[in-house]
Design a protein around this ligand. Sequence first.
Ligand code: HEC
Length: 123
Amino acid sequence: MAGAAVAAQDAKVQRGKYLVEEVARCQECHTPRTETNDFDRTKWLKGGKLVAAPETPIRGWHQTSPDITSTSPLWQRWGEDGVAKFLETAKNPRGGGAGAPMPAYTLSADDAAAIAAYLKSLP
Ligand code: HEC
């Protein structure tokens, strides 16, 4: 890639990182915790057990979240476009929605693409 294209891609990934970490806070559910309840930085967005559960049971509430990094089985099936579309439409490539408590994000195409680019950058 030419210099300008590389810089643009970097900016997109940085924006995706900001949206993931500071706005949507995907790590609250998709990053496992250490014994001291801190995020396990060595397993960033690698999925794990959820810490929050509803006081009254909710049907279809998941106890775990999937790995959403680029090396995950989910990523291999969905690809960058599938992940971006899901964040834009709240529908996975098979047309269904994700189960609770995964939020049904309907982000702008730009934001969804930035998040997908950031997730793609994660090993
Ligand atoms: C409140 C907890 C929570 C937050 C915040 C959250 N997720 Fe999830 N996510 C889940 C759970 C639980 C699942 C599993 C749902 C399922 O299997 O149906 C999931 C599933 C997914 C899936 C797979 C969906 C499917 O249909 O298989 C993707 C992709 C995903 N999350 C991405 C993200 C991204 C990106 C963010 C931030 C923009 C995010 N999640 C924020 C809890 C969360």
